[in-house]
Design a binder for this molecule. Sequence first.
Ligand code: KIV
Length: 280
Amino acid sequence: MRLTIRDFQKMKSARQKIVMMTAYDATSARVSEAAGIPALLVGDTLGMVVQGHTSTLPVKLEHILYHAEIVARVTQKPLVVADMPFLTYHLNPEQALANAGRLMQEAGVSAVKLEGGEPMAETIRRVTQAGIPVMAHIGLTPQSVHQFGGFRVQGRELDSARQLVRDAEAVQEAGAFAVVLELVPTKLSQLISERLHIPTIGIGAGVACDGQVQVFHDVLALFADFLPKHTKRYLNVGDMMRDALAQYREEVQAGAFPTEANSFTMPDEILETLKKELEL
Ligand code: KIV
């Protein structure tokens, strides 16, 4: 049985930390499920870590549909949440509902995530009232990176801290089942987590959040360009992959791979007959 948004709520009530990981393909989804990760996010970070862009802005709904379908199809237990890409929900609540509906119907995910606080409340209300669970995302919202002037911590000043509290309360009131807090000071995310009855999922928001989400490529060092402060590299898979591939190249160049163990045989008489036919 797949985890549901009710389980998320129960985990918050039981003070059990919620663990979420991004997944984009069959490998990242299967290995995360095998590790016991209960919730997967098909994030638009795929624009950076899979597609090689410098931001999430070029990601299209079709891209998320493609990757989310894979993640939902190859997993059994985790709750799968799909990100709504830039400009697929901003025009009006009807656009948001139509696109969120496609993510559920065509990709088979259980929930969608969209960025924005108070100004997105009406949209969140429309989508959740149609029966589509919404995870909100406030703080540093990467689709607005140009407006923020970079990937900066949010809520350090009184005005922006007040606004973040208002944003969190507005998305909860609108029906969001959880809210991602990105790049928010620990003390502020603690205050927000205590005020809300829905779970907060932090990324760069400290230990007081009800759960944490991390990017698959960051924790495994598969994305070497940049390591955000909020990430811990649990294993340097990127270096291990590079070394393994260099060894493969060297062995092929030296004629040391493939060996007989990696090769296939055929009966000698067939080869002899063939050679005769070819007059060799
Ligand atoms: O797109 C994504 O992966 C995200 C997480 C960083 C929260 O939104």
